[in-house]
Design a protein around this ligand. Structure first.
Ligand code: ME8
Length: 500
């Protein structure tokens, strides 16, 4: 059985979950669900990043002990992922013993192979980014992202010999063994290697909230170095060899472009040093703005996914977020249009088609599936081909477009065939038309499943296919899954229309 291991970034607990975090996590969930449908053994990992100066400072500001602060905020992420039907197999917390054991093992290995050396760091650090920053990167003396002056640091640190591994990484990126996607991100990463990069510090002397370096009493692990290791500790490195060996290397690390350097350069270099295989794909999707503005607390335009789920329901939020712009490109989220899009794509789209078809089958055929007909079989097989290809390319917006295509194809067929007239004039043709429509609805339920799992299950329920998950993907995708003579149900509205 093929395995598929997919990860999201682990999110900082100093922030509440917002739709940026939700965007990546929902996208990962879509891919995880699709691969499970295909019969693969999937491990989907997400979690929270809980150590470091930034989190410690936020805890202090909130008047809480760091661990209590992390427990509370990590729980908020777990709660919203539940509401959004995120099907992660594990939720890794970097304050867990599981993580700590793996980090100690990994750092000891880096030291043993001579990839780490002691030195003095003197330079700048932006706590907002949790990143060492160069003069070159500043804009008017300020960190461009946090608009704050960085700290001047002078510390004894352990460094990682990044320069030793960069030529090998360039080679692996160029020969496709390490895929950096989309293509423009690959070029960006190769550009960084070409420019030359300094070795990086893997420890902090002045920070207390972290995992102690196993070979030093007074240093904690630099938060990024420790965070990246969640991808191996979360599947058992240092605690459960069997699971680790089964799932590593990751098939895809998913994130936004803001943290590509850590994932496409630092992380592969650390893995090479430790003698571990590299992830297959590092995919950096774009960054989005909200109604044209950067999402930020100070602008007050940060959207809370909880509020969206209250208004639209979990499935619709998943759909609305992922359909805003191409996956991989930067884009703008126009939350003001969500109601319009909900009504047009979901209430009038999938919702309307499903209820229209099932109501006609009830009215004209007493809710009994007619004799099988294969008119749509080839067309739908072609649509599946495009769908699988889009999933393989991680183009989730294309997947959504393909779902819409099947939806409009079926809508157009209803309009052309006019079953309400056929009911009076041509019963044989009516049977044919309704079989093709019913099967289309079944295929739509299947295609929709990774994006909108609740609605998909409901449609399968209306079609009396509650056991659909026991079937293989091939069986499900074949035309003719609905047996003639079986009963179907009358549906409740799947997406009740919303008023603005
Ligand atoms: O960077 N558009 O955590 P973080 C799209 N802890 N995606 C967005 C977004 C936006 N406007 N805003 C946030 C960290 N994201 C580290 C990661 S991993 C080993 C450690 C998403 O809480 C996107 O996935 O700042 C981005 O990469 C991530 O949130 C950053 O989350």
């Amino acid at each position: 059985m093929n395995k598929f291991y997919i990860t999201t970034p682990i999110y900082y607990v100093n922030d509440k979950p917002h739709i940026g975090h939700a965007y990546t996590t929902i996208a990962a969930d879509v891919l995880a669900r699709f691969h499970r449908l295909k019969g693969e053994e999937v491990f989907f990992l997400t979690g929270t990043d809980e150590h470091g100066a930034k989190v410690a400072a936020s805890a202090e500001q909130a008047g809480k002990l760091p661990q209590d602060f992390c427990d509370e905020n990590s729980a908020k992420f777990q709660l919203i992922w539940d509401r959004l039907n995120i099907s992660n197999d594990h939720f890794i917390r970097t304050t867990s013993d599981q993580h700590k054991a793996g980090v100690e093992k990994f750092l000891t290995k880096l030291k043993e192979v001579g990839a780490v050396y002691e030195g003095d760091y003197s330079g700048l650090y932006c706590t907002g980014c949790e990143k060492f920053i160069t003069e070159k990167e500043l804009v008017n003396g300020l960190c461009p992202d946090h608009k704050k002056e960085p700290e001047v640091l002078k510390e004894k640190n352990y460094f990682f010999k990044l320069s030793d591994y960069l030529p090998k990484i360039a080679e692996l990126i160029n020969n496709g063994e390490l895929k950096i996607l989309p293509e423009n991100k690959k070029n960006e990463v190769l550009g960084l290697i070409k420019q030359g990069m300094d070795d990086f510090s893997i420890s902090r002397e002045s920070v207390k909230w972290g995992i102690k370096i196993p070979f030093s009493e007074n240093q904690v692990t630099y938060v990024w170095v420790e965070a990246l290791q969640n991808y191996i500790t979360g599947i058992g490195y240092g605690s459960d060899d069997k699971t680790f060996n089964k799932f590593w290397p990751a098939n895809i690390h998913l994130m936004a472009k803001d943290i590509i350097k850590f994932h496409a350069l630092y992380w592969p270099a650390m893995l090479l040093a430790a003698g571990l295989p590299l992830p297959e794909v590092v995919f950096a999707h774009g960054f989005f703005t909200i109604d044209g503005e950067k999402m930020s607390k100070s602008l007050g335009n940060v959207i809370d996914p909880d509020v969206l789920v209250d208004e639209f329901g979990s499935d619709a939020v998943r759909y609305l977020l992922l359909s805003q712009f191409p996956f991989g490109a930067d884009g703008d989220v126009k939350a003001g249009n969500f109601v319009i899009q909900y009504n047009s794509d979901l209430a009038n789209g999938i919702g309307n088609l499903t209820s229209r078809v099932l109501s006609m089958v009830e009215k004209y055929l007493d809710s009994i599936v007619p004799v099988k007909d294969f008119e749509f079989s080839d067309e739908v097989a072609g649509i599946w081909h495009q769908y699988e290809d889009a999933m393989k390319r991680f183009q989730i917006d294309d997947v959504i477009e393909i779902i819409r295509k099947l939806n409009s194809f079926a809508d157009g067929y209803v309009e052309r065939q006019k079953p309400w007239q056929l009911a009076k004039e041509d019963k044989d043709q009516l049977n044919k038309v309704l079989y093709n429509l019913l099967e289309s609805v079944r295929h739509l339920a299947l295609m929709v499943y990774p994006v909108m799992p609740e609605v998909s299950e409901k449609i399968f329920g209306y079609l009396n296919q509650a056991d659909w998950k026991n079937k293989s993907f091939k069986e499900l995708v074949d035309w003719g899954g609905l047996e003639s003579g079986q009963k179907v149900e009358k549906p409740q509205p799947l997406f009740p229309r919303l008023e603005k």
